[in-house]
Design a binder for this molecule. Structure first.
Ligand code: CA
Length: 223
């Protein structure tokens, strides 16, 4: 899952970036509202973690612009304890959730999972698909009750495909959600991860849609 983090406080931003990467997220960090506004016009993110008090363009304006383009990407705003007004404005502008500084990284991650669940219209915290159980909080995957070892990227890719089961995801969409700007990406990196997932979960598990991308069938069990 790729996060756009927008925070002008160096220390907090750096801590958040490092922490979120350790939690398995792909993180791109920007330090002002103007560049965030630009990035959101060209790149796809799964969630935006947005400070309100930002140089160049406030977080409120960033949300306003995003929503006026019809983008539904979930946004979680970060505000100071005393600024009730910012929280109200932010939520009214189209933010989905907020956190008051200082906050705990564990709480941020739990809220990120909740947002992702809601945007995928999923109530269950785990994803069950045939014999596969993926647990976003524990960061584990089981196949027929047995834990399967997957890398950070494989986990993210599997998560994305399972959440969108029944829909074809383009290679570009998948790569964007897997890699941030600074990441060194081999041109066939995505194929390698798909290959590894097929080895672990079965050759027929992920379909290649030629010229477009990849897809997992909708689960025939449950739901
Ligand atoms: Ca700030």
């Amino acid at each position: 899952m790729r996060i756009l983090l927008v925070e002008d406080d160096e220390l907090l931003g750096d801590g958040l970036r490092t922490g979120l990467i350790q939690y398995g997220y792909t993180v791109d960090w920007l330090k002002d509202g103007g560049s965030a506004d630009q990035a959101l016009k060209t790149d796809k993110f799964d969630v935006i973690v947005l400070d309100i008090g930002l140089p160049k363009l406030s977080g409120i304006h960033v949300i306003n612009h995003l929503r006026s383009r019809g983008e539904t990407t979930p946004v979680i705003i970060l505000t100071a304890r005393e600024s009730v007004e910012d929280r109200v404005k932010g939520l009214d502008a189209g933010a989905d959730d907020y956190l008051i500084k200082p906050f705990d990284l564990d709480e941020l991650c739990a809220r990120l999972r909740a947002l992702q669940r809601r945007s995928a219209t999923r109530a269950d915290p785990t994803i069950i698909h045939g014999g596969i159980v993926l647990d976003p909080a524990a960061h584990t995957v089981k196949l027929e009750g047995e834990f399967v070892n997957v890398s950070r990227r494989e986990f993210a890719l599997l998560f994305k495909l399972l959440e969108n089961a029944g829909r074809v995801l383009s290679r570009e969409h998948l790569s964007q959600s897997l890699y941030g700007w600074g990441d060194d990406v081999d041109s066939n990196a995505l194929e390698v991860h798909i290959h590894n997932l097929r080895k672990k979960f079965g050759q027929e598990f992920i379909h290649t849609i030629r010229g477009i991308g990849y897809m997992i069938d909708k689960s025939k069990e449950i739901k």
